[in-house]
Design a protein. Structure first.
Length: 253
């Protein structure tokens, strides 16, 4: 759906009737430099209010009332196209955000990660079953203890959940020789993940960190989680970033 179609849909929603008549105030708000923006979408999943969308190949602010101006989307744009400015704008409205998100779901808008694709599977009879290379349990970041023997001198793998079903060499190439923690940066508590990972890295002698996530924009939030945790520890831990396509191909970030 294009930008003009989206604006037409918004005008038909109850949001328009409820919130477009508000008074303007000078406040902080997101601004997108369209000349710099290449439409990668890395800023989108970091806006919990859904104020940013990639439309017609560019990230756009859907409506001023959805932007709280706090800048959670900053720091994710590789082209430095996202900034916070101070200008006249309608006041931020949580009620408008809730109305918009409900309306968007009922109207069929979806995140790029939910796009349906039919993939051609490989030859299921071509390889023998592999032994598991998993060396620790639990693996969910919410469940692992902060201090554990498997973190001592560990090469740690921080992995997005979906990598486990997309990567064909999960055990032989990713998990083998590494301690593993995993989670979903889109649906789980990202702030809680930052705090937990910070405690793990601060309290253990981790030798290296590998961050593996899917190619879809919302999954890239895992890199931000690792970045914030590393910054909080003050440690210089060698870090490798790996992007996995929905077809299981690896691309170093």
């Amino acid at each position: 759906m294009g930008w003009k179609s989206l604006k037409h849909w918004m005008k038909q929603s109850s949001y328009e009737k409820l919130f477009m008549g508000g008074l303007l105030a000078r406040r902080k708000i997101v601004q997108i430099d369209e000349e710099r923006c290449d439409g990668c979408g890395q800023c989108v999943p970091n806006c919990a209010e859904g104020a940013l969308r990639v439309i017609d190949g560019k990230a756009r602010l859907v409506s001023d009332v959805y932007c709280d101006g706090l800048g959670a989307c900053l720091g994710h744009c590789p082209r430095d196209a996202v900034s916070i400015v101070e200008r006249e704008a309608p006041e931020f409205s949580e009620e408008a955000v809730h109305e918009y998100l409900r309306s968007r779901e009922s109207s069929g808008f979806s995140c790029p990660s939910s796009q349906v694709q039919s993939l051609e599977a490989g030859d299921r009879g071509a390889s023998e079953p592999q032994a598991s290379s998993l060396s620790n349990w639990p693996v969910q970041l919410n469940l692992v203890p902060v201090k554990a023997s498997f973190f001592k001198d560990a090469d740690l793998l921080l992995m997005a959940d979906c990598v486990a079903v997309a990567h064909p060499g999960l055990h032989s190439r990713l998990i083998k020789g590494r301690a593993v923690v995993m989670g979903c940066p889109k649906f789980d508590d990202a702030r809680g993940y930052v705090e937990k990972l910070t405690e793990i890295l601060r309290g253990n002698d981790v030798r290296s960190l590998t961050v593996a996530h899917m190619e879809v924009p919302c999954c890239s939030g895992l890199e931000r989680i690792a970045e914030l945790a590393l910054r909080a520890t003050g440690k210089n831990i060698p870090t490798r970033r790996l992007i996995v396509s929905v077809r299981g191909e690896e691309t170093p970030a």
